[in-house]
Write a protein that binds this ligand. Structure first.
Ligand SMILES: Nc1nc2c(ncn2[C@@H]2O[C@H](COP(=O)(O)OP(=O)(O)OP(=O)(O)O)[C@@H](O)[C@H]2O)c(=O)[nH]1
Ligand SMILES: [Mg+2]
Ligand SMILES: [Zn+2]
Length: 364
């Protein structure tokens, strides 16, 4: 059985030995990919095994196979993310194929001054836990961004408020109310990773082979929650800063952890900024309150500014839609359009210079 201990063992590099020993002995396939009892000359073509990328470290992928075999292989020039399902070359040296992703959590990489680049935070996920601390002030603007990313990923978002043990119940009620205003109908769970309170309400998402990615600011308690769900300390955690209660970026790389009961948890480093990538339906799904009003505007091309018969402006006037929400959506649409424009410019410059475009990313 794949246990968190097995996944952890990968870090110690000890796991490489099985595969490498096979290669050193001159076998055509890694030890773990051979049929039992077969000799080196008798390696019949077996279909390549599918492994799951559990961690990435500077050009190296850690890949976990179903029989608990773990390999550390090169990923030369390929677009790969934690959670990807992959094939490894017969010599066990590198990834030969990344299988089509069923979902991907993508954000804009935050390199200052650089052209827009996408960063796949997690691949093949079913649920995204958007983690906030129940003891902190509500951050509606951050949640809006996270919801867009989650909806665009193809996975289902769930809002999880941790640290209920140190939050006043009146504060939690006000927090839930504030977040519900912008939550697009997504379920909200209030839990404590430290005491384990209500953590069982999250188990319904962690069944079979399902994968849950946890996303949130540093210090909100993602890794602590993973430890609570797994049942023991599989991920490192650390205290928040005294002064402002912000985290210390304890988790530095995304990591996939297998649950002993089946299913997977994908821990991610705390994001300072939730930057958007080009969107599919994310914005529409994160702002259903505004999009349902738009249908009632008198003009089909209404900009929702000062046009007569604008249902959006009417909702702001009668107090059912906070103006800040419309402003926020406008900013987010503009941010996505800027990324799209940058991408178009990039493609044009490839065409002008007669350069080949980068290989089409089948996974994007
Ligand atoms: N009281 C209380 N403390 C918690 C809870 N969850 C996390 N903490 C504490 O908050 C601090 C940060 O927790 P982590 O789990 O490391 O936070 P993280 O979100 O993984 O942070 P990064 O890895 O930096 O992104 C630690 O001191 C935890 O003990 C909780 O439910 N209750
Ligand atoms: Mg962490
Ligand atoms: Zn309008």
């Amino acid at each position: 059985m794949i246990t968190p201990t097995v996944v952890k063992a990968m870090r110690a590099n000890a796991y490489c030995t099985r595969a490498r020993a096979g290669v050193k002995r001159g076998l055509a396939v890694p030890f773990g990919l051979m049929k039992l009892n077969s000799s080196p000359d008798d390696v019949s073509p077996t279909p390549p095994l599918v492994g799951r990328v559990t961690r990435l470290d500077r050009g190296w992928s850690t890949v976990l196979f179903q029989d608990s075999m773990v390999m550390r292989v090169r990923n030369f020039g390929i677009d790969i993310a934690v959670g990807d399902r992959v094939h490894v070359t017969a010599d066990g040296e590198k990834i030969s194929e990344v299988l089509l992703r069923k979902s991907a959590l993508v954000r804009r990489a935050s390199f200052e001054g650089a052209l827009a680049m996408r960063h796949v935070v997690a691949a093949n996920i079913d649920t995204v836990f958007l983690v906030h601390a129940a003891s902190s002030a509500p951050n509606q603007r951050r949640l809006e961004r996270e919801l867009i990313l989650a909806f665009d990923s193809g996975a289902a978002p769930v809002i999880v408020l941790t640290k209920s043990d140190i939050a006043e119940s009146s504060h939690v009620v006000a927090l839930v109310d504030a977040l519900t205003e912008v939550s697009a109908g997504v379920a909200i769970h209030v839990v404590s990773g430290t005491t384990g309170d209500n953590v069982s309400s999250l188990r319904e998402y962690a069944t079979d082979d399902k994968t849950i990615a946890l996303m949130g600011a540093s210090g909100v308690g993602k890794s602590t929650l993973i430890n609570a769900l797994v049942g023991y300390a599989v991920q490192r955690t650390a205290g928040v800063r005294e002064g402002d209660q912000r985290g210390r970026h304890t988790t530095v790389a995304a990591e996939l952890v297998a649950l002993p009961t089946g299913g997977w948890l994908l821990d991610t480093p705390g994001l300072r900024a939730v930057t958007l990538w080009t969107s599919g339906q994310g914005i529409e799904r994160a702002f259903p309150d505004i999009f349902s009003l738009v249908d009632n505007c008198r003009f089909r091309d209404c900009k929702h500014q000062d046009e007569p018969g604008c249902a959006v402006q009417q909702a702001i006037i009668n107090g059912s839609l906070p103006e800040i929400r419309l402003q926020s959506m406008r900013r987010l649409v503009a941010e996505e359009e800027a990324v799209e424009l940058e991408q178009e410019e990039k493609e044009k410059s490839y065409d002008k210079r007669g350069m080949r475009r980068p290989a089409t990313d089948k996974n994007s």
